[in-house]
Design a protein around this ligand. Structure first.
Ligand SMILES: [Zn+2]
Ligand SMILES: [Zn+2]
Ligand SMILES: [Zn+2]
Ligand SMILES: [Zn+2]
Length: 209
């Protein structure tokens, strides 16, 4: 599938637009202005991208002692949750406990942590440490800093922006339709269409965003 779009994203704190590669510089400058009042504590900044679809990306920050389970919950909320599937973080072939501290899991820059949601129709991500700082983010253990803008997918029939996905046809790259062409697609009577959403899980299982 090919989306006609850039690598752009937006800062979740202030709305600023930047590219995937320049967003970290923005976030570093922006984030302290959005801290809560409170004792600064060590934080780690992690970027996730979808395996095979790196235009889906997120930058999050977590308290260093937050658990991977907190990151898992945020990934599910933003990108993944359809029906409560299993998930796992791994380094190489070693699975990390969901109770592992984020700063331990993402101890070194350039060392990737793999993540999978749903071991059947899997959505795979990789995460990497992209920053550390001291700050106060309030009560939450993790928060979103930035994410990719919604990708614009052309309808396979007319090239106007697609609004729905036919899961039966998604694997063959012919599964994206505008409303008009969805109505005349051969699988319309199957009632399986899913919405176009800003997530690497678009069109998979029952994911509706
Ligand atoms: Zn910002
Ligand atoms: Zn599901
Ligand atoms: Zn169309
Ligand atoms: Zn179809």
């Amino acid at each position: 599938m090919s989306a006609k779009s850039t690598n752009s994203g937006f800062c979740a704190l202030c709305g600023h637009r930047a590219t995937k590669t320049t967003m970290m510089a923005h976030v570093e400058a922006c984030v302290a202005a959005h801290d809560e009042i409170g004792q600064p504590q060590p934080l780690v900044v992690v970027r996730f991208a979808a395996v095979g679809s790196p235009r889906y990306w997120l930058i999050i920050e977590a308290k260093a002692d937050a658990q991977l389970g907190h990151v898992d919950a945020l990934l599910r909320q933003l990108w993944l949750e359809c029906c409560g599937h299993m998930s796992a973080f791994r380094v190489g072939r070693r699975e990390l406990a969901m109770t592992t501290a984020v700063a331990i899991a993402f101890a070194r820059a350039a060392s990737k942590v793999d993540y999978e949601y749903d071991f059947g129709s899997t959505t795979a991500l990789t995460g990497e440490l992209v920053g550390k700082r001291h700050g106060s983010i309030g009560r939450a253990s993790v928060r979103l800093l930035a994410r990719n803008e919604p990708l614009v997918w052309p309808c396979v029939d007319c090239k106007n922006p697609a609004t729905v996905v036919c899961p039966f046809c998604l694997d063959s790259d012919d599964g994206l339709f505008c409303d008009a062409h969805a109505d005349v697609h051969e699988h319309v009577s199957e009632e399986v269409y899913l919405p176009v959403v800003n997530s690497p899980r678009m069109g998979v299982c029952g994911y509706t965003g």
